[in-house]
Write a protein that binds this ligand. Structure first.
Ligand SMILES: [Ca+2]
Length: 130
């Protein structure tokens, strides 16, 4: 799972964000707003987990875990082919990834990543534009 934003999902018991049943999933440059049920995920770097620490990410590396609030806007039409969660001002996801680690040129909407004139990419599916 690369450059994704998961938010607003739920489960009856656990894994409302991502639930991986005995498999192996790599999360990279993604926002998991919800829990992972302590499933065995691998960090590809620059992830944000909120609010807990159940995705087995790497808080000693580039991941942020147990973030109180990733500061996401509602799922809505922010231009592009699909609905997205915008990053609200002050979100810890904004400009967290150095350009050398961005690896993709556009966000889910097709907007440039990093933003025009910018040097740092945002975590998740959405890149804040000037
Ligand atoms: Ca950016």
């Amino acid at each position: 799972l690369t450059n994704i934003t998961v938010s607003g999902n739920s489960a009856e018991h656990e894994g409302g964000g991502v639930y991986n049943d005995r498999g192996e999933a790599t999360l990279t440059r993604s926002i998991i707003d919800g829990d992972c049920g302590y499933s065995a995920n691998i960090s590809g770097g620059y992830n944000i987990e909120s609010p807990g620490d159940t995705c087995r990410l790497d808080p000693d590396g580039t991941d942020l875990v147990d973030v109180p609030d990733p500061m996401l806007g509602p799922l809505q039409d922010n231009r592009g082919l699909t609905m997205t969660h915008a990053l609200l001002p002050g979100s810890p996801a904004i400009n967290r990834i150095p350009a050398a680690a961005c690896e993709v040129d556009t966000d889910q909407r097709g907007e440039p990543r990093p933003e025009t004139g910018g040097t740092m990419c945002d975590v998740g599916a959405f890149e804040v534009q000037p």
